[in-house]
Design a protein around this ligand. Structure first.
Ligand SMILES: *[C@@H]1O[C@H](CO)[C@@H](O)[C@H](O)[C@H]1NC(C)=O
Ligand SMILES: *[C@@H]1O[C@H](CO)[C@@H](O)[C@H](O)[C@H]1NC(C)=O
Ligand SMILES: *[C@@H]1O[C@H](CO)[C@@H](O)[C@H](O)[C@H]1NC(C)=O
Ligand SMILES: *[C@@H]1O[C@H](CO)[C@@H](O)[C@H](O)[C@H]1NC(C)=O
Ligand SMILES: *[C@@H]1O[C@H](CO)[C@@H](O)[C@H](O)[C@H]1NC(C)=O
Ligand SMILES: *[C@@H]1O[C@H](CO)[C@@H](O)[C@H](O)[C@H]1NC(C)=O
Length: 808
């Protein structure tokens, strides 16, 4: 007993030790050493740590990382180009404020650039994650925020003097950078040897389509603490979970995509909450020259038919042809359907036939193939094939690849995107030649090529020293090659963003769903779009399985729509996990939401929704709709917002269900021109009955009705049946009454007490209630143009959410 508790105590002490010894300051003349993993600087709130980060068994980099994440997340590195040896290296602050990283032999590999010549007082890691060297009077002599690597932290400015540079999985600086261009616009660049290409925002768009403001010489951009980024060029975006109190970082990932991450404090993992390219394959040049990015459904690189990969460990180097074009006019063209290569056009032609386009390309020896748009007759002969992508992101065009007549190409080597998983797995026997799933995610220990050469070179000198002691040589070599396989796995998770959006989205067979729902036994709902059953998948996830009625579209269209819906992810929208399209069956597999729909709680008697809960629900629904209307990949109108379609999770956080179904169930035109009346009486906007165009404002109207119902705790259509009137007439009356009341400034809020759900006994926030009434009135405007947008509504609700938070 005694020995056990002593052991426990010792263990605890050992565990505490690093925390006790972590330093708050580094004074001039002192240093941090590489050997002692507790010799680190910690920010006062403990969120960040700064010290030597062991990137392998023998190599370390002076870095800053988050103290409390599941996987070590580095936000800044000093000497990632020159890692130091794991023994004897150190970082020292001298009296002039010079912070220098020295290798085991005293050779400096990195030093900061102190401009002012004041005496240094200390180096300190601030709560923001900024490593600052301070002089007398706390003036900052140098700070890491001014020389970012690949990560921008909240409150850290990006200016014309700074940029983010991606780093590859092995910490070698990558080709992508995020910085201001010469028009002072924040841009993603692909920096090749001699030339930089811009790839985001889409360089072929003009400045208005880009929604940016050129030539503002202020050149600053900053991510604020609520997850909102604003740049001087009007670049703005925000995290889907925006709000205070969340740990965030903006990172230019190795694949050239800029992603915003939020930390889940429960499990210490990062979630992607915004990204520049929702589709990874759209990043220019990801698969290199003659390479084509395909969705399998994970993004992967394939070579154009007749080409072979140059370096399997770095797909971005692309592919080389296995043939020589003789340019004798005898070449043939191979069609790559729904595929495109970016730019590099020799010329541009419109309204020409495919035959003419072919002739143009045949005549020109530089022409490697052409892009052709059936229908519009657009023709683009290409002199180089880069940035290839195939799949639904390509709208309508195909590539015709110029190849010698004698070349035999197998059908299976033509890349196709397969966003829907197992059923469409490519022919595996053909895979080894032309098709490499993934980008070679984990560096494998057997890998040769440039990356291991790089490591070999940087550590060659170490080997020389240890040659004296044979055993160390053996160990050293083992470490050097062993580390690639061991240490670095997981440091560079593959395709984080893409996985987050689609990882579980897949196709299910009818049989799987029959098993999951025990032959559709437990019915939990029944709506206009179909019956809903509860089910449990093989991985123990509870799901709601919705059998869609009335789907009269072909399998391909259905899948296309679903590929859009499946990518929509927002905490206030019910997650779509997958679908089944088997024979006559069209079934959706949805996230199961515990508390059922809002109508059951709001209009039922089991449980009274408190004011704060009602407010939270209205804000959540507004956020979900704003996301659908303004931020997701394709413009989606819900068309049937009502309490039945608002589900509540354990914390009463609302989740909108059935979005995207209006388009699925009825496809008689473009989405802006939905012809049949959708929605439910009492919630539908007047434009459904008049002949005005249907826009996202129909959802704003329905949201207004839901707001009124949340305020009153009663269903609108019930007032009508009680009064024996038509719903629409009752509405008009209520809105007029409210408008008049809101005008009454003097008598304050007395009327509110009659209007708000009596069951609340006056327990509500006056300001929030008034704002909600005002918003409901504006949502219910007859003229759809006068209604606010969902974004406006979110802003208004947020403003009173925060205001009252301060008052109470
Ligand atoms: C140090 O800063 C000066 C002035 O800002 C600049 O000219 C110089 O290139 C910098 N040196 C390094 C090594 O970054
Ligand atoms: C960021 O820019 C703002 C406004 O120019 C400035 O007040 C602030 O000090 C800057 N922050 C850092 C860390 O440089
Ligand atoms: C330039 O950007 C700054 C910082 O975002 C902003 O305050 C200013 O209004 C902008 N100027 C113009 C002319 O848009
Ligand atoms: C955070 O992690 C916990 C535990 O894994 C999980 O239950 C929860 O859903 C996560 N939260 C979010 C927002 O993903
Ligand atoms: C193409 O031509 C080059 C030089 O003319 C030759 O070295 C190469 O082997 C040829 N490649 C093929 C696949 O014929
Ligand atoms: C797969 O490819 C092999 C050889 O490339 C071919 O013989 C076979 O028929 C293909 N199978 C299917 C299902 O396409």
């Amino acid at each position: 007993m005694d020995t056990r508790s002593t052991a426990l105590l010792l263990l605890n002490l050992l565990h505490l030790f690093p925390h006790i010894s972590a330093r708050e300051f580094l004074s001039p003349g002192s240093s941090l050493s590489v050997e002692d993993s507790s010799d680190v600087l910690r920010s006062p709130d403990g969120a960040f740590t700064c010290g030597f980060n062991h990137i392998s068994q023998t190599a370390s980099v002076f870095s800053i990382w988050y103290s409390n994440t599941a996987e070590k997340t580095v936000v800044w590195s000093a000497n990632h180009l020159h890692p130091v040896y794991f023994r004897g290296s150190r970082v020292t602050l001298d009296a002039d404020g010079r912070l220098a990283v020295e290798d085991y032999d005293g050779r400096p590999v990195w030093a900061n650039n102190v401009t002012s010549s004041s005496k240094a007082k200390q180096a300190q890691l601030l709560d923001t994650g900024n490593l600052a060297v301070k002089g007398q009077g706390d003036i900052i002599l140098w700070q890491s925020f001014h020389s970012p690597t690949d990560t921008l932290l909240p409150c850290q400015n990006i200016t014309s003097a700074t940029k983010l540079v991606s780093s590859s999985r092995l910490l070698v600086p990558g080709r992508y950078s995020f910085r201001f261009d010469d028009e002072h616009i924040l841009t993603l660049f692909d920096d090749e040897k001699d030339i930089s290409f811009k790839y985001w925002p889409n360089p072929s768009n003009d400045i208005w389509t880009k929604n940016r403001n050129a030539f503002n010489t202020t050149t600053i951009g900053v991510l604020d603490s609520s997850g909102y980024f604003l740049g001087s060029d009007d670049l703005s975006f925000k995290a889907v979970d925006w709000g205070h109190g969340v740990t965030r970082r903006l990172k230019l990932d190795y694949d050239g995509n800029l992603r915003l991450y939020s930390l889940n404090k429960t499990d210490g993992r990062w979630l992607v909450t915004w990204m520049a390219y929702p589709q990874t394959c759209s990043v220019r040049g990801l698969c290199g020259i003659n390479g084509i990015c395909v969705y399998t459904p994970k993004p992967a690189c394939a070579c154009a038919p007749g080409h072979e990969v140059i370096n399997p460990s770095d797909r971005s180097q692309g592919c080389i042809p296995t043939f020589n074009l003789s340019c004798d006019g005898q070449e043939i063209f191979l069609k790559l359907p729904t595929t495109d290569f970016h730019g590099n056009d020799l010329s541009e032609h419109v309204r020409v036939s495919r035959y003419e386009c072919k002739k143009i390309c045949l005549k020109d020896c530089n022409c490697k193939g052409f892009a052709y748009w059936q229908g519009t007759g657009r023709c683009y002969p290409k002199w180089s094939l880069v940035g290839g992508v195939t799949g639904s992101a390509v709208s309508g065009g195909s590539i015709y690849l110029k190849i010698p007549k004698t070349l035999r190409v197998r059908e299976s080597s033509i890349p196709h995107s397969q966003p829907f998983g197992p059923r469409y797995v490519p022919n595996c026997s053909a895979k080894s030649e032309n098709f490499t799933p993934d980008f070679g995610d984990q560096p494998k220990s057997s890998q040769s090529g440039s990356q291991s050469q790089y490591l070999y070179l940087s550590y060659g000198f170490l080997l020389a020293i240890f040659c004296v002691e044979v055993i160390f040589v053996a160990l050293g070599c083992w470490f050097l090659f062993g580390m690639e396989g061991k240490q670095l796995i997981g440091v560079w998770p593959a395709e984080v963003g893409y996985e987050m959006v689609t990882n579980h989205f897949r196709r299910y067979t009818y049989k799987e769903l029959q098993t999951a729902t025990q032959k559709f036994k437990d019915r939990i709902g029944c709506g206009a779009s179909g019956l809903v059953y509860k089910g449990v998948l093989k991985d123990k996830r509870a799901v709601a399985v919705k059998r869609l009625a009335d789907i009269n579209q072909g399998e391909e269209e259905f899948q296309h729509e679903l590929s859009v819906i499946g990518r929509i992810y927002h905490m206030n929208l019910v997650r779509v996990w997958g679908f089944c399209s088997d024979g006559p069956h069209r079934i959706l597999v949805l996230e199961y939401v515990e508390n059922g729909s809002l109508d059951k709680i709001l209009f039922g008697s089991e449980r009274l929704l408190r004011w704060s809960e009602r407010f939270k629900i209205s804000l959540g629904v507004a956020r979900g709709l704003a996301y659908l209307h303004h931020e997701c990949l394709e413009w989606v109108i819900h068309c049937d917002i009502k309490p039945e379609n608002i589900l509540l999770d354990n914390n009463l956080e609302p989740k909108i269900s059935d979005f995207g179904l209006a388009k699925l169930v009825n496809r008689s035109g473009s989405n802006k021109n939905v012809s049949r009346i959708h929605g439910t009486r009492g919630y539908i906007a007047p434009e459904w009955v008049s002949s005005q165009p249907i826009t996202s404002k129909v959802d704003v109207y329905s949201f207004g009705v839901v707001l009124l119902e949340l305020l009153m705790g009663a269903r609108v259509s019930d007032w009508a049946s009680n009064a024996g009137e038509e719903v629409e007439m009752v509405f008009g009356r209520v809105v007029r009454m409210l408008t008049a009341n809101v005008m009454l400034q003097g008598s304050q809020h007395l009327w509110l007490f009659d209007f708000i759900d009596l069951r609340l006994n006056g327990q509500f926030d006056r300001l929030q209630a008034r704002t909600m009434v005002n918003l409901a009135i504006s949502c219910l405007e007859e003229d759809s143009r006068k209604r606010p947008t969902m974004e406006n509504l979110v802003q208004m609700l947020v403003s009173v959410d925060e205001a009252s938070g301060v008052m109470q």
